[in-house]
Structures are given as structure tokens and as C-alpha cells.
Design a protein around this ligand. Structure first.
Ligand code: SF4
Length: 334
């Protein structure tokens, strides 16, 4: 398998949760492919299903339906959602997750050394202690932690350092794919930039593939090769990053882009406000799910759900009017 080959083929993932006597359709029939070595961004407002989707992919949740076809390092194709627990343990090492909140995702009663070492202990119980600690030291140094402080507890570290601990813990098993769930959202902007640059460097050094889930479009634009936009549990647009940001084809993407702050006020797009709240996924609107908030809505949109199609090469969209609307995106001209 070489760089750029398909490593993950996510097919028709659905995730329903029972809640107070109704069924919440958190993720509805989402499909996409991820190439080895790329960063794929997934964006959308909170509640759009992007975090649930990430958790389905690493099998932290058991999806209601769908497949996650994973090409192993030996080139074998397996359905990550169908394998038994023993096989799962084998491949779980290769697909890791970094969580949103560096404050609550680390056990406060464990030293940082033990936190980073824990996945090694669980997966390689017979590894000699010295080798284990050497691996922890190596990875801690790679993520920019001071190895003299690893016997301390998480509360002694800043938010940015705690996220580095989370990254080290994910990396220590030598994974191939990392799902980053809002991995920098809780951090100050300057620390965010440091952690993003670190992820970028680690990606190059360890040939990592990232699935980068975030509500922050400017972060996703910076780090991703391709981007998917989710709305109410569905993928509504998907394209290479520059294409999606400069030439959006879905009105929801256009609205999200218009709200992104840019350094040069002359380049700021006219704000296209999203009216109303995101609808209840237990009771989604008829037709196009976005029609209740869309400024381009027609009668057809209220009745008929648009198909998700490849409207242009590598550019997928679910909107009846995708080809006729001239939506505004970012200007990349210098
Ligand atoms: Fe808007 Fe209609 Fe397109 Fe939905 S299908 S995004 S309502 S124009």
C-alpha cells in the first residue's frame, strides 16, 4: 500500500439513538473515502453528528448500519465494524482517537508517564518495563513534553501540554489513522496553532492519516486536504479543501464560510446568517433537511430530498439547485 491509496472506505453509516421514547437519527447514511497520508476534515455546527460519526468509525459506538472498510498495513481489506473482539484489539492499535477536552480525558490520579504507558500495558503486557518506558520517553519528547516532568499529574500541566499528552497516548501504539475530535477547540488561539503545527509535523514523520473533526472552519481549512460538511447527520458537501472553500455548491457551506473571520477585512464575505436553530434530529424536516434555514429554498426543496451526487469531478453535493446557484466562497487571490 502506498501514500494516496484508499485506507478507509466509510459506507452508508447510520447511527440511531433511542431517546425519551423517540429515535434520534444522529448519523444518516454517510459515505466517504479517506486516502493514506491525507487529512480529511469534517465540519458542521455542534449537533450535526460529526462527533458521533467519528466515534462510529473507531467503534466507540456500534453503528446501526454501515461498513468501515479498512485496508490494513498488510493490504488486507477488513470491515472494522464486523471483526470480533480479538481481531479488533489487533487493529484498534492502528486507529486511534484524540479527544476534544484535554481536561477531562486524562485520569487525574495517574502520572503522565502512566497515562501514556497505559495503552502499551494493555496491548503488550509482556513488553519489558525498560523498553516500555523508553517508548514513552521517546514519544513524549516527540510531542514536545519535558520528559523530566512525566512523573507529575495532569493538573500540573497547561491545556496545550495536556493535549500533547493526549497526542502522545494516541501515538504510542504507532497508529496509522488518528481521529481528532475537536482536538484544538478548547485551546487558546496561539496554543491551537502550536498543536496544529505539531500534528502536521507528526503526520509527516509517522505517515499518519488524520480524520479531523471540528466546528472551526479556519482550522479545518488550514489542516485538511479534503473536507466534508455535515448537516443534521448527513454529508451535504464534500470536496478538496480549496475547491470547497472557494467554490461552495451547498447553501449551508456558503453560510458557514461567510461567518469565518479573516485577517483582511477587505476579504470578509458578506455575512449570510443561518436563521433558526438546527432542527431536532428525532423529527427532521421534510424534503431537504436544510430547507427550514435556506435562503434559496423552493417548493421542491420542501417536498423532495436532494440526492448526494458528484456534481463536478471530486465535488459531491446534496442540493437540488447546486448547479444553478452561484454561491460565494473564499477568495484565494493574493
Ligand atoms: Fe436549499 Fe433547496 Fe438546496 Fe436544500 S435543496 S440546500 S433547501 S436550495
Amino acid at each position: 500500500m502506498s501514500k494516496g491509496d484508499n485506507i478507509l472506505d466509510v459506507k452508508n453509516i447510520k447511527m440511531d439513538f433511542p431517546s425519551k421514547g423517540v429515535t434520534v437519527h444522529a448519523v444518516g447514511d454517510v459515505s466517504f473515502k479517506v486516502n493514506e497520508g491525507e487529512t480529511m476534515g469534517i465540519v458542521g455546527e455542534s449537533g450535526c453528528g460529526k462527533t458521533t460519526l467519528g466515534r462510529c468509525i473507531v467503534r466507540a459506538y456500534e453503528p446501526t448500519a454501515g461498513q468501515v472498510m479498512y485496508t490494513t498495513s498488510e493490504g488486507e481489506l477488513i470491515d472494522f465494524l464486523k471483526i470480533d473482539k480479538k481481531t479488533m484489539k489487533e487493529y484498534r492499535k492502528e486507529i486511534q482517537m484524540i479527544f476534544q477536552d484535554p481536561y477531562s480525558s486524562l485520569d487525574p490520579r495517574m502520572t503522565v508517564l502512566d497515562i501514556i504507558k497505559e495503552p502499551l500495558l494493555a496491548n503488550y503486557p509482556h513488553m519489558p518495563k525498560e523498553e516500555m518506558e523508553r517508548k514513552v520517553m521517546d514519544i513524549a519528547a516527540k510531542v514536545g513534553l519535558n520528559t523530566a516532568y512525566l512523573k507529575r499529574y495532569p493538573h500540573a500541566f497547561s491545556g496545550g501540554q495536556r493535549q500533547r499528552i493526549g497526542i502522545a497516548r494516541a501515538l504510542v501504539l504507532n497508529p496509522r489513522i488518528i481521529v481528532c475530535d475537536e482536538a484544538v477547540s478548547a485551546l487558546d488561539v496561539s496554543i491551537q496553532a502550536q498543536v496544529i503545527n505539531l500534528l502536521h509535523d507528526l503526520q509527516k514523520e509517522f505517515d499518519l492519516t488524520f480524520l479531523f473533526i471540528s466546528h472551526d472552519l479556519s482550522v479545518v481549512e488550514y489542516i485538511s486536504d479534503r473536507v466534508g460538511v455535515m448537516y443534521l447527520g448527513k454529508m451535504v458537501e464534500f470536496a478538496p479543501t480549496k475547491k470547497l472553500f472557494s467554490h461552495p455548491m451547498h447553501p449551508y457551506t456558503e453560510s458557514l464560510l461567510s461567518a469565518v473571520p479573516v485577517a483582511d477585512p477587505a476579504k470578509q464575505m458578506e455575512r449570510i446568517p443561518l436563521e433558526g436553530e438546527i432542527p431536532n434530529p428525532a423529527n427532521p424536516p421534510s424534503g431537504c433537511y436544510f430547507h427550514t434555514r435556506c435562503r434559496y429554498c423552493t417548493q421542491r426543496c420542501e417536498k423532495e430530498a436532494p440526492e448526494y451526487v458528484e456534481a463536478e469531478p471530486e465535488h459531491y453535493v446534496a442540493c437540488h439547485r447546486a448547479k444553478e446557484l452561484a454561491l460565494k466562497g473564499f477568495s484565494y487571490d493574493e
